[in-house]
Structure formats: C-alpha cells, structure tokens
Design a protein around this ligand. Structure first.
Ligand code: SAH
Length: 249
C-alpha cells in the first residue's frame, strides 16, 4: 500500500525536487508513496487571495491566517482520510529523530503544514495540528525544506525504496550509532590507502571493523549517543571492550 502524504504549502513547485529526483522520485514512480498538494491560496476568494496579515500586537512580519490553513487541512482530510495525522513544521516542535521517522513511516496518511512569514496563527495550531516537528535549533524561511527533509527521511524507510535493503539498516542512527567510514576505488588516493581489512575479503573481519569504526566515530563525534545505546542494551561485551581500548589511549 502506498503512503499518502498531503502537503499544505504556498510553494508547491519546491516539492518537484522530491517527486522527480533521486530515491524519492524513483519511489514515487514505483507507487510507494503519493504526494497531494494543497495551497491555502485556493481556499480564499477575495480579490487579493490573501493568506497572511499583520500580527495582533504589532511588530515585524506577517502571520499565516487561520482560516485558509484550516480549510486546507479539511480539504486534505477529506481526500486522505480523517485518520490522517496533521504535522506542522515549526521550530517549536521536538527535533526530528530516526525513531520518529520510523514511526511516521508506519503510520496513517500524513498531512504536513508548511509555515511562511512569522509563522501560523496559534488558533490554527491548537485546533488542527496533532504535532509540531522541528528540523533543528535554527530558523529557515519556510516549512517547505523542513517538510522535504521529513518526507525524504520517511520515504527512504519504505520497504523497496532503496535498491539494497541493507543500506538503510547500515545508515547512521539505524542501530543508534553513526555509520562507519566508506571507501571506493582507487585503493590509494593522494597517498591515503583503503584500510587493508576491507580489501581482505574476510567478511567476519570486515563486519567487526565496521562495527568498531562505527563505535569510534560515534564516541568521537556524538559521545552522548554511546550512553543512549548503552542504556538501551545495544552494546555487546565486544563493543564495550573496543570502547574501553579507545578511551585507554
Ligand atoms: N517566527 C518563527 C519562525 C518562522 S519561519 C519562529 O521564530 O519560531 C517560517 C516557517 O518556517 C515556520 O512557520 C516553519 O514552518 C518553518 N521553519 C523555520 N524553521 C524551522 C525549523 N527549524 N524546523 C521546522 N520548520 C521550520
């Protein structure tokens, strides 16, 4: 069954990057997911087709009006089903994680709302939105790029989206750790050699090397993830021995 994703946006053409290119484009053509666009401007009938106005209380910028957004969500729900989950992209949300992506990839249809200007009228968020999601502690000009990141991450988790199922399993965060380094030809580049073990053909040794390098990268770059993996019981005795050998140096 294909995953139905509705997007509420004033900038529909941006999503061509997802629907036409790369893994997400191929997955769309394979019928693994479908994108439905809803433009709040289609919901307003006045001459200016106004979707934003000045904020109460004064100050800079404009606010996206509650009514066109609400009507867009209603239209999307009518098309995708009332069980659809409504997500607003916002710096107010919890930062997106791998676990969240997995959950959303297995859930009901999604309706993703992209803000612009200073954001959306709070009453719309309170009445229509199930959950706000952030892509990090910084601000971009609109919810489209954050929504595209979310959709891309979800789509690559759908069974069949990646050519080699394994590559999703080996990606960073899939097992709670960062990915190991990767190498391709030539065997020597600017004097730097591909680690010998990777050229050995010994699969058990290669697997052990990859696991260890994954642990090393995580300890070096994101040490807090090691603690999380440890608490979740995801580290073996061999992992702990390797980590101990690192901190001993
Ligand atoms: N005034 C708002 C920022 C508005 S930016 C604030 O300070 O919080 C305009 C829109 O871009 C937002 O409504 C949201 O949809 C999107 N956006 C900006 N940064 C984001 C982030 N880190 N994560 C998710 N969406 C973001």
């Amino acid at each position: 069954m294909s995953l139905q994703i509705g997007v509420i946006t004033l900038f529909e053409p941006m999503f061509a990057a997802l629907t036409e290119l790369g893994i997400t484009g191929r997955a769309l053509r394979q019928g693994l997911w479908h994108l439905h666009n809803f433009n709040p401007r289609d919901e307003v009938t006045d001459n200016y087709r106004r979707v934003d106005d000045r904020p109460y209380g004064g100050g800079p910028g404009m606010v996206m009006l509650a009514e066109p957004l609400t009507r867009s969500v209603q239209r999307a729900r009518a098309q995708l089903g009332s069980q659809a989950r409504v997500i607003a992209m916002s710096p107010q949300g919890l930062p997106l994680t791998h676990d969240k992506v997995i959950t959303l990839s297995q859930s009901a249809p999604l309706i993703i709302v992209c803000g612009r200007y200073e954001g959306m009228d709070q009453r719309f968020i309170e009445s229509q939105v199930d959950e706000q999601i952030s892509v990090g502690d910084f601000v971009v000009s609109g919810g489209e790029l954050p929504a595209m990141m979310l959709i891309d991450a979800i789509v690559r988790c759908l069974p069949g989206a990646l050519n080699d199922e394994q590559s999703a399993e080996q990606d960073s965060f899939a097992n709670g750790l960062l990915d190991c380094p990767h190498y391709s030809r030539p065997p020597v580049f600017e004097g730097r050699e591909v680690p010998e073990v990777l050229q050995s053909g010994n699969h058990a040794l290669i697997e052990e090397w990859r696991r260890n390098e994954s642990l090393r990268a995580t300890l070096l770059n994101r040490p807090e993830l090691i603690d999380v993996a440890r608490r979740a019981g995801r580290l073996s005795a061999a992992d702990e021995r390797f980590l101990a050998s690192l901190s001993g140096v």
